[in-house]
Write a protein that binds this ligand. Structure first.
Ligand code: ADP
Ligand code: MG
Length: 631
């Protein structure tokens, strides 16, 4: 047999690769452990490709070899070796794949990488820099590969990253690729078993092939989301939830779905049992990890779901995403935006289904996590119709503590009613004893009770449901249907009501007393029991919204605004109002104080803040006059 001369060929890297290597090698980066992820993800890719090819072709080389990834850490010689039994590369493929940047999207990616490195070298750690990341930790990298093609031959690629690489025949190589990273002085930790274990668990735990380290499989948890739903046990889901959520509780809801169109998505999302944000643990961070073909692209992704869904935990895997997409690119990507929309709609639909299938459970969810949906309603116009269906509020017809859906409300609206009414107040009792619901109860019109300050903002953003406008009961221009004729018994009072010139005289005078604090004093068409109430002529502002904005105003150190934009509605049938003109005749200064007090009381009932010091002083004054009177 003729002695074959070993042909070593030296080749220059493509210019872009040289630049990339220059950045990778000469930067001081903090996240260089990601090179392990990059090499494992390449190995996993190669295994996936082989798996596919072996299905398509009659003959493949080494068909009996198991599909796996082996990691060898040699802490004596300071090498890290990653071996896969995947598709392998021919000499030509080594040259094309590891000598040039050819794959799609890589040029813009490269520009961004270079830009990031220029700004702050630590930024490059956030980029998946692919195979070349091996030079972050390796002073020399050897790639020994043998393609799956039956007639191919083994070949070794080697480089120190300084402009050129060598190609040498490697006969006797098994199918797949072995990458030997000869570690730099300051990178010896990557030959440490524990370190590698941690890195693999962190980034590659769900790779769907076994990753062997020192004879053991490191990635214990499988890519659960990629398995068929029927096969997955309840406990497996729970364990997975605890693992990715770093959680000790059980998941409350689970949504596992896959779709092919418009995008390839495989998602497994969990709603936790506890809402730690409402428990005062500070603002949550997204708990959803973004994968592409089981390779982690972004942990706790802030791009894949809107911020108001930050309470979700889980995994989103989309094959349509490029593996080496940068964080910046994730933010800007149209594809990611599309993905976010599809996921959000799907999750909201899931909640809608849950609300129907398991009402009680949904209400429990609503109690814990409704705040996030409310945030979504105010922040994200795009989903307001979907969110509107998920809102739950108590109402004049619901039981205490049993909120209803807007659809329930609409379902029992009387014929002719065009709008959905609501009123905000601190609690049920306060609302029911206040002036705003009187007219609704008398007319048997249902009215929603809102207890949270944000609720009015939610309603104003959602604006309508089922083509019915959402209207606050403290609006000045509220138009309620006439009372039923059989309630005309109240006609007696009507006769005794203040009317005509006397009424006009009174409203004019009251307006004069209150001055710029009110826009107008008018006769109320809807008050029954209370003498007065404040209403808002501006249909976009409720008293609650005003209170919130005012608090924000104060919080910013600015002076509180006066309430100048409200109307005071008075009940011309109420004894207090009817007798005011007479009191004014007798003792105008007392009558003035009574008007002031009526206004303050109305503000309090609207949930607005009054000057309590002034008010207490005034009440004592009024009481004193009564005491004197009685003597
Ligand atoms: P990417 O994975 O985004 O394509 P990389 O720089 O990580 O970019 O890898 C470049 C190419 O090198 C891959 O597309 C693949 O064709 C080839 N490659 C890298 N590692 C392996 C491997 N272990 N087995 C087979 N081919 C590989
Ligand atoms: Mg890669």
């Amino acid at each position: 047999m003729a002695q074959e001369k070993i042909k070593v060929e030296t080749k220059e890297f493509q210019a872009e690769v040289k630049k990339l290597l220059d950045i990778v090698i000469h930067s001081l980066y903090t996240e260089r452990e990601i090179f392990v992820r990059e090499l494992i993800s390449n190995a996993a890719d190669a295994l996936e490709k082989f798996r596919h090819q072996s299905l398509l072709e009659e003959e493949v080389f080494d068909s009996h070899v198991p599909l796996e990834i082996t990691i060898e850490a040699d802490d004596k010689n300071h090498t890290l070796t990653i071996t896969d039994t995947g598709i392998g590369m021919t000499r030509e493929e080594l040259e094309a794949n590891l000598g040039t940047i050819a794959h799609s999207g890589s040029r813009t990616f490269f520009t961004q990488l270079a830009e990031a490195a220029r700004k702050d070298v630590n930024l490059i750690g956030q980029f998946g820099v692919g195979f070349y990341a091996a030079f972050m930790a390796g002073k020399r990298v050897r790639v020994i590969s043998r393609s799956y093609r039956p007639t191919a031959e083994g070949c070794e690629w080697a480089s120190d990253g300084a402009g050129s690489y060598t190609l040498t025949p490697a006969p006797g190589t098994r199918r797949g690729t072995k990458i030997i990273v000869e570690l730099k002085e300051d990178a010896h930790e990557f030959a440490d078993k524990m370190t590698l274990q941690r890195i693999i668990r962190k980034y590659s735990n769900f790779v769907s092939f076994p990753i062997m380290l020192a004879g053991e499989t490191v990635n214990t948890v499988q890519a659960l989301w990629a398995r068929s739903r029927q096969e997955i046990k309840e406990e497996e889901y729970t364990e997975f939830y605890k693992f990715i959520g770093n959680a000790v509780d059980e998941p409350f809801f689970r949504l596992h779905f896959s779709a092919d169109a418009p995008l390839a998505i495989n998602a497994l999302l969990f709603v936790p049992k506890d809402n730690f944000e409402s428990l005062g643990f500070g603002r949550m961070k997204s708990g959803v990890n973004l994968y592409c073909q089981k390779v982690l692209i972004e942990q706790h992704s802030e791009n894949i779901l809107p911020e108001w869904l930050r309470f979700l935990k889980g995994v989103v895997d989309s094959e349509d995403l490029p593996l080496n997409i940068s964080r910046q690119a994730l933010q800007d990507s149209n594809l990611v935006a599309k993905l976010r929309k599809v996921l959000t709609k799907r999750f909201l639909k899931f909640l809608e289904e849950q609300a129907v299938a398991e009402q009680e459970r949904y209400l429990e969810f609503w109690k814990n996590f409704g705040m996030f949906l409310k945030e979504g309603a105010t922040a994200d116009f795009a989903y307001r119709d979907e969110i509107a269906k998920l809102l739950r509020f108590e109402s004049s017809r619901s039981e205490a503590g049993q909120p209803i859906a807007l659809a329930d409300y609409v379902g029992r609206m009387a014929e002719g009613q065009q709008e959905i009414y609501y009123i905000n107040g601190p609690n049920r009792a306060a609302i029911e004893s206040g002036p705003y619901v009187e007219a609704f109860l008398k007319r048997e019109i249902e009215i929603l009770y809102l207890f949270e300050p944000i609720d009015d903002f939610v309603m104003s953003h959602v604006a309508e449901f089922d083509a019915k406008k959402l209207v606050s009961a403290d609006r000045a221009d509220l138009k309620l249907p006439e009372k039923q004729p059989d309630q005309a018994a109240a006609g007696k009072d009507e006769d005794a009501a203040l009317a005509g010139a006397a009424l006009t005289g009174l409203t004019d005078w009251m307006q004069e007393v209150l001055g710029s604090r009110v826009k107008a004093v008018t006769e109320s068409k809807r008050l029954e029991e209370s003498p007065a109430m404040v209403v808002n002529p501006d249909s976009f502002m409720t008293s609650t919204m005003e209170r919130v904005l005012q608090a924000a105003h104060l919080h910013q150190g600015k002076a509180a605004q006066e309430f100048g934009g409200k109307n005071l509605e008075i009940n011309s049938r109420h004894a207090l109002i009817k007798n005011l003109p007479a009191l004014k005749q007798k003792d105008e200064s007392l009558a003035r104080e009574v008007v002031e007090q009526i206004f303050d009381n109305a503000l309090i009932q609207a949930g607005l803040v009054v000057d309590s010091r002034k008010m207490v002083e005034r009440t004592y004054h009024i009481l004193e006059r009564i005491a004197v009177e009685v003597q």
